[in-house]
Design a protein around this ligand. Structure first.
Ligand code: AMP
Ligand code: ZN
Length: 112
């Protein structure tokens, strides 16, 4: 059984509002949204953060980033969005399964 919260969401052991999934990534709404639209995009495979990536992950990382504008468009973020990826304590990372934050749709609150 996975110990990681986002692996549990991936495996359906913890519920989440999933808005997109394919064979290598998953997007779900942030439980504590800092903007009218705030979702997270994770690789299905457990990768802790960018420190945990290898050259062999370059295709995966590129394909996930290429999915983000498509998911953002589906979520109505026509005027743009912010993408954030926190790494380690210095980046204020709280959940150690790599995730892109995608925010938009109005004012941001309390996002550091
Ligand atoms: P970070 O500080 O980059 O690690 O961000 C972790 C994010 O995960 C925060 O924005 C949290 O609100 C969000 N989060 C924590 N638990 C859940 C959950 N069960 N479902 C959805 N989002 C979550
Ligand atoms: Zn994980």
């Amino acid at each position: 059984m996975a110990e990681c919260l986002f692996c549990k969401i991936r495996d359906g052991e913890v519920s989440a509002d999933i808005i997109f999934e394919n064979d290598e990534c998953l997007a779900f709404r942030d439980i504590n949204p800092k903007a009218p639209v705030h979702f997270l995009v994770i690789p299905r495979r457990h990768i802790a953060n960018l420190w945990d990536t290898k050259t062999s992950d370059e295709g995966l990382l590129g394909r996930i980033q290429l999915m983000i504008p498509k998911i953002a468009k589906d979520q109505g973020l026509d005027s743009g969005f912010r993408t954030v990826l926190n790494t380690g304590p210095g980046g204020h990372q709280e959940v150690y399964h790599m995730h892109y934050h995608v925010l938009g749709g109005g004012p941001f609150t309390g996002f550091n």
